[in-house]
Design a protein around this ligand. Structure first.
Ligand code: HEC
Length: 156
């Protein structure tokens, strides 16, 4: 009997020791994926922002490419990346996505729609010269910020 318990105990120990540390939450992969999407937004918006601020020289092709990338990114199907229970109340160490995204749904969809309209306007404007790009920068940044204000926690 004692021997049996020891064997069972060591099997369990083994099982736990081989679990990858990423098994912290079943939602970790989804959270990583949506953060990656956000990072790609930031990268492409940064290219446009640097031109608008004249930190880099305006280049119509590069501006068009960044705007087209934003447009493609904004159209990714997000349904797998925002599973219920993957909010910052449940998983404060993993995510800054406020629970309101789920509890006030579909309010967040309205923010996404407003953002998409800004992305489309930027897609039209970006290749049309520096003034044209500058003219859409605020609406574009507001498209990101409008959602962050209600649905993303401040950085801790
Ligand atoms: C419809 C809502 C929404 C829109 C639109 C949106 N975001 Fe976000 N963003 C979020 C949420 C929610 C988070 C928190 C995600 C998390 O921590 O799981 C986030 C997180 C981020 C992060 C941090 C990512 C990380 O690695 O932790 C960056 C950077 C970011 N967004 C940039 C942008 C930019 C730039 C745009 C516009 C081009 C944008 N976002 C548009 C909701 C949005």
């Amino acid at each position: 009997m004692t021997r049996m318990r020891i064997v069972v105990g060591s099997v369990l120990l083994f099982a736990f020791s081989v679990l990858p540390t990423s098994a912290q939450s079943p939602h970790e992969g989804a959270i990583k994926a949506r953060k990656a999407q956000m990072q790609l937004y930031a990268w492409n918006l940064g290219i446009l922002g640097d031109m608008a601020k004249e930190k880099t020289e305006y280049n119509a092709d590069a501006a068009k490419a960044a705007a087209a990338s934003l447009s493609a990114l904004a159209r990714l199907d997000g349904s797998s990346m925002w599973p219920a229970g993957s909010d910052s109340t449940a998983l404060p160490d993993l995510t800054r996505a406020k629970a309101e995204s789920w509890t006030t749904y579909p309010a967040v969809v309205e923010k996404q729609k407003a953002f998409l309209a800004a992305v489309d306007a930027m897609n039209e404007a970006a290749g049309g010269g520096l003034d044209s790009l500058k003219g859409q920068m605020k609406a574009m940044a507001d498209g990101c910020g409008g959602c962050h204000k209600d649905f993303r926690e401040e950085k801790k």
